[in-house]
Ligand binder design. Structure first.
Ligand code: ZN
Length: 319
């Protein structure tokens, strides 16, 4: 009898617990939950812009870290999980991620973020793209992107356009927060415009200054700040340095009195240092992406860092 009573009590307790849980679940559902869209961005730059516009209505994950070469990213299982849960995928496009992104999208089995779906945003659609090749592309040209240079986020004017595209897409996916996204974008736009005045003033004395870069990562940056890249440490995009190309580059730098070699943090600095030793040029590690080096935690800080580093080095070189 005692055993029977205990069993009855246990059943009642379990039933009560289940009822409470169900009531709680209903209560949670009845209150309109704060919308948090899950955003996955292929790079830290896109992630930073998404945080600027999305604020606390979004959670944002970046795949390629700023100190990694975004052309080559190892597709980890944890990335597939992020892709499978995403409401919105932001990509740089222009074939930057062609080596690793398609398999992640496929393996996610997430219909929201498939190419062409409303949760898939190629941020390059409206920006200024440089280096669009004319004529036939051959393998001999190296890793040339047929739809133009994908490193376009390094022009703050393009960053503004990317943020606007993100605002528009977030609004489309989450109409209830349209005013919030609009206000966040306007605030970012204002801060970016103020920062651009600052950067332009810092670079003004150095217009036309010549430099060499490792990879072709900086055409939009030098176009925006009116610098002149006369050559690359890579003989062709994506091709490692060769002794003959390095010799030619050294001669060219000497004849044009080039005093700056800018490299990305993920390239070996051995050849650039050699070239610097031969020419007297200073080797600068610029940040090609948010998080590329310490102190570049967001999109505006990325330019604060690069502009100051370059302007100071050019001033030291008397250029
Ligand atoms: Zn590239």
């Amino acid at each position: 009898m005692r055993y029977f009573l205990s069993l009855v009590v246990l059943v009642l307790v379990l039933a009560a617990t289940a009822t409470t849980a169900a009531t709680t679940a209903r209560a949670v559902r009845a209150v309109p939950a704060a919308a948090t869209l899950r955003v996955v961005a292929t790079t830290e730059d896109l992630a930073s812009l998404a945080r600027e516009v999305g604020g606390d209505k979004v959670t944002v994950d970046a795949i390629a870290k700023g100190y990694q070469d975004p052309h080559f990213v190892e597709a980890k299982p944890s990335f597939i999980l992020k892709f499978s849960r995403a409401d919105l995928l932001l990509i740089v496009g222009r074939e930057l991620e062609i080596g690793w992104l398609p398999s992640l999208i496929n393996n996610s089995r997430n219909s929201k973020i498939q190419v062409g779906a409303s949760g898939y945003l190629d941020a390059s659609a409206d920006v200024k793209i440089l280096d669009i090749p004319t004529g036939q592309i051959t393998r001999a040209m190296g890793d040339v992107h047929p739809s133009g240079n994908p490193h376009y986020w390094l022009d703050p004017g393009n960053g503004r356009i990317m943020a606007r595209s993100i605002r528009d897409r977030l609004t489309q996916l989450d109409r209830a927060n349209a005013a919030y996204y609009a206000q966040r974008y306007d605030d970012f736009d204002t801060r970016l415009a103020a920062a651009e005045l600052r950067w332009d003033a810092m670079m003004a004395p150095h217009h036309g200054s010549k430099m060499v870069t490792y990879h072709r990562s900086w055409p939009n940056f030098v176009d925006r700040f009116r610098l002149d890249v006369i050559g690359y440490v890579e003989p062709k995009p994506g091709v490692p340095p060769s002794p003959s190309h390095t010799l030619t580059l050294i001669e060219e730098m000497k004849s044009q009195d080039v005093m700056i070699i800018a490299i990305e943090p993920y390239f070996d600095s051995k050849t650039p240092k050699q070239i610097g030793g031969q020419t007297g040029a200073e080797v600068l590690v610029l940040a090609p992406s948010v998080g590329g080096v310490p102190g570049t935690d967001d999109y505006i800080k990325l330019f604060d860092y690069n502009v100051k580093l370059l302007a100071d080095a050019l001033a030291r070189a008397g250029k």
